[in-house]
Every structure is written in C-alpha cells, then in structure tokens.
Write a protein that binds this ligand. Sequence first.
Ligand code: S3P
Length: 208
Amino acid sequence: MSDAALPAPASPEADILSALGTRSIVLVGMMGVGKSTIGRRMAARLKLPFIDADTEIEAAAGMTIPEIFERHGERHFRDGEARVIARLLDGEPVVLATGGGAFMREETRVRIAAKAISIWLKADHDVIMRRVRRRADRPLLQTADPEGTVTRLLTEREPVYSNADLTIASRDVPHDKIVEETIETLHAHLCGQAAASEPPADVASALR
Ligand code: S3P
C-alpha cells in the first residue's frame, strides 16, 4: 500500500473539528476570565477563525463599548450584542469569545445551543478582581464598589453560565494549560471519550 492510501494520523484537534461539523465554539463567562486569550489560542490550535464579539460590536457601532453605554445605554448595547452574536453564529464555524453579559439573554442562549458548543470559563471572585483591575474600560465596573459589583454579578450570572455545555476552571496557571484542558474536555465531550483521570485538586476546587 502506498503512503497516499494511509489515513492521516488522528489528532484531538482533527477529531474535534470533524465532530463539530458546522457548529462553532462559544466561550462564555464573567469579565476577566480570559475568554479572548483562551479563545484565540484555541482557534489557533483548531485552525478556526477567532472572533471577539465585543470587537465586532464596536466595529458595527463605530464606537467603543464605553461610548455605546454612555451615549445609548446598556439596553441598546445588549440589543446590538444579541444581533451581532446571532449574525456570527449564522456564519462558518469559529471560536467566538462573548462579552460577560451576552449569555444572560435567553434568545442568545437558545441560538448558541442550536449552533455551537458553549464553554463556561469559570473563575473565582479574587481571580476576576485581580484581572479586571488591569483595565478601566468596563462600564459595568465603573462603580464606587467594583468588588461588590463583581460579587453581585457573579451571584446573578453563575446559575445561568452553568447552562453552558462544558465548564473549565480559569485560574492563575499558564494560558496554555487552560487551553490544553479545554481541548481535552471538548474532545471527551464531542468524541465520547471518558475523561482520562480525576481532575487535579486545584481544578476540582475551582469548579466547586
Ligand atoms: C460586559 C462584559 C464586557 C463587555 C461589556 C459588558 C458584562 O466584555 O461586553 O463591558 O456585562 O459582563 P468582557 O467579558 O469581554 O470583559
């Protein structure tokens, strides 16, 4: 048999791509959990385009997210966000990082469930606070008590984020470790393989 007749060696990435079919991968979760960073690296691994929904919203509106909130209010931002995500999910498969509030809209959750596999990047309050302090461009955190705001948002949102297909613990380890875990978890979910072993203690506690 010539080499040309041999099947290409399988890789988890190739298995995932073929099991995804026409579906996308959508990352959901709070501000600061690393949706864009992890999403970009996953897309590179899977050879899929990466799209950041917030960047698309800014391009569609011709202004930044703080400007949209200031000039038109949160409701207007949310309507635009739902439209942009619906449009993106109608296209070719991508890895899509959504803004922290996007999954709170039922219509968006229904679309994501129909057209994608959703992954909740879950981080605890302290990890989120450390990360969001580095950027001042999140309108919802421009409050007198950002810590209290994050606590309130986590209480409201975590029960909803938990409806995602998969949950990955985002914590202070190298990004590539989270990417690797996400690829393994996706592979197990899509390709029907049982997880290789019990999660390490730091993952188990982050997921509790
Ligand atoms: C928001 C999160 C932001 C952005 C907007 C609102 C939220 O995106 O969409 O400021 O409601 O949590 P990131 O989660 O990418 O920071």
